[in-house]
Design a protein around this ligand. Structure first.
Ligand SMILES: CC(=O)SCCNC(=O)CCNC(=O)[C@H](O)C(C)(C)COP(=O)(O)OP(=O)(O)OC[C@H]1O[C@@H](n2cnc3c(N)ncnc32)[C@H](O)[C@@H]1OP(=O)(O)O
Length: 445
């Protein structure tokens, strides 16, 4: 996955043996995406599983691009929250879809970076000549989240299953205590700190001295831009109605910073600046993207919206260090820019995942800050500011919702289509993830 097209060194081979052909690095085309509209947790998709939603998004893509019965190179996808029966969720989805069951599938896990990481994984294989086509994305449901059993109860049940006599079974049942029967509810929290994503983000927002106003402005703008994109028909091609939902349920076109200013803080205590509107809602949904070589797309008369040309991952030590949990993209982007020999201003569009308005704003502030550049990035000068009119131009996660693993493919498909509409240009993608990680990429047309 690189813009340059140079041949890798050819194998020297041993005498009498034919040298293996080394592939040329190939351009990875983004052909198009599809998703079901995102719903709020315990809303219209409350009875749908991850498999149901991802299969619907995938089959919508298969229909749009006439891929029925096609054996694609690989389907890569994941979910942040999933049941143990879905240990390879992607493969189960392929088997229930209209693709050929001979399409291999891999399961990916990188928290909220899962969707984009899935896309990068298969893009690299296409670039290296290991396959010609792939579909990647993700899904999540907070409505059908897996409940865990208390450790003691789980051990007793496993032993019960293996018990060889009734006496042994009775002995094990006798060990059961009422308190062990209470299930453990999934928590949207970091295992190593016990703090929720929101509490972590609130600490970073305070450290960067963000105001409530700037966060509410970003949130209102996300809603207004998503509403405008729907109104101009930008999403008409890719939205697969699911459970009768035709638009993202969280979208409130009438959101204004003034209205949002009335909401109470939900993270960071009573004087906190983060609310239900400038934080993403808990959501359900699925999205996928079709990738391939230019030749593969051409042979099927499929469009090429743009090319995935660079990617980068980074992680921060939010456990022992003082860096914010969601700040890894602030490190990944400069490293990616250095390799791509680009500056932060060399982009027509910026797609920064709005986990929280504060996360976007802290990242932008970090890139503008001379101290951050010098002390954290080891750079002489800050990356500088971006033109905010180019940021999340078709709305972002605050308005659309954020079914964790589904966000990456939503963003890649949105950006590629925006670039195709413009005709040429370059876009930057930045996604923060739990665990102190970040996944970023560049799309070019
Ligand atoms: C890497 C990452 O991506 S990290 C991010 C991972 N995601 C998260 O951590 C999810 C964070 N979000 C949450 O936990 C929850 O959505 C919360 C805690 C923020 C809010 O939960 P809830 O309180 O259930 O939100 P709810 O939808 O009821 O909204 C609260 C109020 O705000 C109002 N509100 C929310 N958005 C808007 C809006 N755009 N305009 C006007 N009012 C709004 C609601 O109407 C509601 O008002 P009411 O109390 O009068 O009914």
């Amino acid at each position: 996955m690189a813009t340059s097209s140079k041949s890798a060194a050819s194998s020297s081979g041993t005498s009498g043996r034919k040298a293996a052909q080394r592939p040329t690095v190939r351009r990875v085309a983004i052909i198009g995406g599809n998703r079901i509209p995102f719903a709020r947790s315990n809303g219209p998709y409350a009875r749908a599983s991850n498999q149901d939603m991802l299969t619907s998004a995938l089959d919508g893509l298969v229909s749009r691009f006439s891929l029925q019965g096609e054996r694609i190179g690989e389907f890569a996808a994941g979910a942040v929250l999933k049941h143990s029966r879905d240990f390879n969720l992607a493969r189960e989805v392929v088997l229930g879809s209209k693709l050929s069951p001979e399409s291999p599938a891999s399961d990916v896990q990188m928290a909220c970076g899962t969707g984009l990481q899935s896309i990068i994984n298969v893009a690299n294989k296409i670039a290296l000549g290991q396959m010609d086509s792939a579909i990647a994305g993700g899904v999540d449901t907070t409505s059908d989240a897996p409940l865990a059993l208390n450790d003691d109860l789980r051990k007793i049940l496993v032993q019960l299953n293996a018990a060889k006599s009734n006496a042994e079974r009775l002995k094990l049942v006798g060990k059961l205590r009422p308190g062990q029967i209470v299930p453990e509810m999934p928590r949207n929290a970091e295992p190593r700190t016990g703090l929720s994503m929101g509490e972590h983000a609130a600490r970073t927002a305070k450290a960067w001295e963000l105001t409530r106003e700037e966060q509410d402005e970003l949130a209102a703008s996300s809603h207004q831009r998503l509403a405008a994109a729907y109104d101009r028909g930008f999403y008409d091609d890719l939205v697969t109605p699911f459970q009768r939902l035709t638009r993202d349920q969280n979208l409130r076109a009438d959101s204004t910073a003034e209205k949002l200013a009335k909401l109470k803080p939900v993270f960071g205590g009573e004087d906190g600046t983060m609310t239900a509107a400038n934080s993403t809602p808990l959501s359900d949904g699925a999205s996928v993207v079709l990738l391939g070589t230019e030749e593969w797309a051409k042979a099927r008369k499929l469009p090429v919206l743009g090319y995935l040309t660079f990617s980068q991952t980074a992680a921060v030590d939010y456990v022992h260090g003082d860096e914010g949990l969601l700040m890894a993209p602030a490190y990944a982007v400069p490293r990616m820019l250095e390799r791509a020999e680009l500056s932060l201003q060399d982009f027509d569009y910026y797609e920064i995942h709005e986990a929280f308005a504060s996360q976007v704003l802290c990242t932008l502030k970090a890139w503008e800050d001379a101290g951050f550049a010098k002390e954290r990035l080891g750079l002489e000068a800050p990356l500088g500011s971006i033109d905010r009119d180019k940021l999340n131009v078709n709305g972002g996660s605050l308005a659309a919702g954020h079914p964790f693993a589904a966000t990456g493919a939503r963003i890649v498909a949105t950006l590629a289509k925006q670039l195709a509409e413009k005709g040429s240009g370059r876009g930057l993608i930045s996604i923060c993830a739990a665990g102190g990680q970040g996944v970023t990429a560049i799309v070019e047309k």
